[in-house]
Design a protein around this ligand. Structure first.
Ligand code: TC6
Length: 696
């Protein structure tokens, strides 16, 4: 392998360049190369200044994440950064692309920083369950105001080079596109001025008095939602305001090591790589996608308008069809509201917003307007009959080669495709509501879907900045199929003795953003009810059917939108448990001859996880998901599973598959039909393997 760090010289300036594609991560070889080359430059009497820069698309984007959890190799990143800072010759760092984590820490070890105006920078370590452990928590608050440093570090946010310049992190901006040239020009100017080394560690923390750490800690703890890293990172930043530099570094190291050894770090790094491996889909390797510049959307309800908004934000031209002018106007108003929201949140410039509405978006009531569209996404009422009708019409008007996608959440896409004469052009693109906010996209591949069509689904997902996951056809695909199963298990837990409120409490304590019964209320209880009615005919007679949610619906209680469901909703009040729910459940238990028993929070969680993992194992075993980590990505990004637990499959590996299988075995005595162990789970336990062994 080529040396990832090289040294060259231009007159009296040594140029130390990192070249470690794809993102110049500070791997062991890079750290070693930087150490040796900076040393060499220091020792060379002809060198008066040292420039550190990177080849390729970015400055160092961080420590090499693959090395975390493995035995450390010298030089460590903190030692390297200290060595760079200690240089007796001025060290200039030229930044382009994204200087992140350990990359920005290397830059802060340098004495002068020049950044291309297009560059961005940040310390995103807390996203991975760690903190900036190479001096970042000590140097950043010595370069920019402590409050801003604390915000950047605890939120993992990135700033632009321009903001970095205003704050004092960047000394010079360069309008060009060549970091090496920018660095050399700066180095020459500094030498001409007679500038010497300028070490950040000599500075005091900036505007430290302006920060109330106790108040900030309470705020960070609340928004961290169970993740330890942001709170520990804040502790380290506080150290920069109360301790001398060397002591602050030691404190940072201790806090970093604690996090590095935690299960949370392992889970969050698993999630990072899982989200990247979903893009690896064998059947589309080397397959060129079809165009997606102009799309059509059928249906302008919440979902269709959300999809249209998401496409418009991605620079795609959108035509949206509704059945009449009234509905089309309503859809337009929803899209306009969504786009105005994006402007308000700073995601979209006003001028761009105006241009989108003037040029890139139109509504229609005539499918003939889809004639020239590259791809059309159907988002109409969830009924096979209606969808087949829509696809028949699309088949008649769309140009050859156009991709026809359905946003169905459950229905059989093979049957929908069969309504056209071009089933190879049909696939599922299952967005999650609100579609312009949620990142998850299931790309559902039907029996006859052409690989170029699948590749187009992934290309569109990338354009829309979604996390696209390949799924096969079955009822509910990956996410909703698993959801249906664990909902049944939650219902069974309630019949066995827990209240819905016990279940919600236990699972929010476990880390879910909301309890499953509160989520059902939010989504509308009528949705689950309609789905259960749809499946009634094919329901296995051995299933113990829990009817208490149907009873609520029969009384017109659909959750939040009707003011009553599992909870009671009153304007300005915290939702309260609905006492009628307990009565309905007690009656159903009596009818079924069930004597309720006390169920601990721990058991509630174990039952929930056993159900989720068991069905997920079936989903992988049946080939609906490509690999266990794809399931994790779906549950993390579409169903509120706590990221710091890594997803259900990672969680199962952490507690051990034998424990999950054992829990299922115990539950089988309660309900032999619901708790059949998945063949893949049994096989892995027999072979003493975990889900990670299947990720490849
Ligand atoms: C740290 O620095 C701690 C310091 C303290 C130490 C004491 N390492 O995201 P993409 C791979 S913690 C190894 O698709 P993009 C990635 O897996 C780190 N590999 O590209 C993928 O590989 P694949 C702090 C990495 O253009 C490929 O690069 N830094 C790393 O959409 C392309 O990635 C971060 O947290 C890495 N650090 O976005 C930054 N980074 O092709 C994490 C990426 O085999 N990285 N890879 O699948 C990012 O946020 C983004 O990758 C990006 C580029 C913005 C740099």
């Amino acid at each position: 392998m080529e040396d990832p760090v090289t040294i060259t010289r231009e007159a009296n300036i040594a140029i130390v360049e990192v070249n470690n594609p794809p993102v110049n991560a500070a791997s062991h070889a890079v750290r070693l190369g930087l150490q040796l080359n900076v040393k060499e430059a220091e020792a060379n009497p002809e060198v008066e200044a040292i420039l550190i820069c990177c080849a390729g698309r970015t400055f160092i984007a961080g420590a090499d994440i693959k090395e975390f959890g493995k035995p450390p190799q010298d030089p460590s990143l903190p030692d390297l950064v200290n060595q760079i800072e200690a240089s007796t010759k001025p060290v200039i760092v030229a930044i382009h692309g994204t200087a992140l984590g350990g990359g920005l820490e290397v830059a802060m070890g340098g004495h002068y920083r020049v950044a291309l105006t297009s560059a961005k920078m940040g310390l995103p370590e807390v996203n991975l369950g760690i903190l900036p452990g190479a001096g970042g928590t000590q140097r950043l608050p010595r370069l920019i105001p402590v409050a801003k440093a604390a915000e950047m570090i605890t939120s993992a946010g990135m700033i632009s080079a321009k903001e970095g310049h205003e704050l004092g992190l960047i000394d010079r901006l360069d309008e060009g596109d060549d970091p090496r040239a920018a660095g050399l020009a700066y180095a020459k100017d500094l030498l001409a001025e007679g500038a010497g080394p300028s070490r950040t560690s000599d500075n005091a923390a900036k505007d430290a008095d302006a920060v109330d750490f106790d108040a900030l800690r309470a705020k960070v703890k609340k928004s961290a939602r169970g993740i330890m890293a942001p709170v520990k990172a804040l502790d380290a930043v506080e150290g920069a305001t109360t301790m001398p530099f060397a002591e602050g570094l030691k404190n940072e190291r201790a806090l970093f090591t604690e996090l590095l050894e935690s299960d949370q770090r392992a889970a969050l790094i698993h999630a990072f790589f899982a989200e990247r491996s979903v893009a690896k889909v064998k059947e589309i390797e080397g397959v060129a996608p079809r165009p997606t510049d102009k799309i059509g959307v059928v249906g302008g309800g919440t979902m269709g308008a959300g999809i249209a908004t998401s496409a418009l934000l991605a620079g795609i031209d959108v035509t949206l069809a509704e059945r009449d002018d009234d509905a089309a106007n309503k859809a337009r108003a929803t899209v306009e509201k969504n786009l105005a929201g994006a402007v308000k949140r700073g995601k979209l410039a006003q001028a761009k917003h105006d241009a989108i509405l003037a040029n890139a978006f139109r509504t229609t009531t005539d499918y003939a307007d889809f004639g020239e569209r590259d791809l059309v996404i159907e988002a109409v009422f969830e009924s096979m009959e209606v969808k087949r009708e829509v696809f028949g019409q699309l088949d008649a008007v769309c140009k050859p080669g156009a991709v026809l996608a359905t946003n169905t959440s459950y229905l059989d896409i093979n049957e929908i495709a069969a309504a056209t004469k071009r089933p190879g052009d049909v696939l599922g693109l299952h967005f999650f509501s609100p579609a312009h906010v949620m990142k998850l996209l299931e790309v559902v591949v039907a029996d006859q879907t052409d690989p170029t069509v699948t590749a187009t689904g992934f290309a569109l997902g990338k354009k829309m900045k979604k996390i696209a996951v390949r799924a096969g056809v079955c009822d509910g695909f990956i996410g909703n199929r698993i959801l249906s199963h664990y909902q049944k298990a939650n219902f069974a837990t309630v019949l066995a003795g827990a209240s819905p409120f016990d279940v919600d409490r236990a699972l929010t304590n476990f880390g879910l953003a909301m309890g499953p019964f509160a989520v059902s209320d939010l989504a509308g209880l009528d949705i689950g009810w309609a789905n259960r009615k749809r499946l009634a005919e094919t329901r296995d007679p051995r299933e113990t059917y829990a009817a208490f949610a149907d009873k609520l619906c029969e009384q017109g209680h659909f959750g939040r939108k009707t003011g009553k469901g599992f909870y009671i909703y009153e304007e300005g009040e915290k939702p309260q448990p609905n006492p009628e729910v307990e009565e309905i459940i007690a009656a159903e238990r009596a009818e079924k001859g069930i004597t309720p028993r006390q169920i601990s929070d721990e058991e509630i969680v174990d039952r929930y996880m056993a159900a989720m993992v068991n069905e997920a194992a079936r989903v992988v075993g049946d080939g609906i998901a490509q690999r266990p980590s794809d399931v994790d990505v779906v549950l993390l990004n579409g169903y509120g599973f706590p990221r710091w637990r890594g997803g259900p499959m990672h969680y199962a590996d952490t507690v051990g598959l034998a424990k999950i299988l054992n829990d299922i075995g115990v539950l089988q005595k309660e309900d032999d039909f619901l708790w059949q162990p998945a063949p893949l789970l049994k096989q892995l336990v027999e072979e003493d393997r975990n889900f990670a062994s299947l990720n490849g």
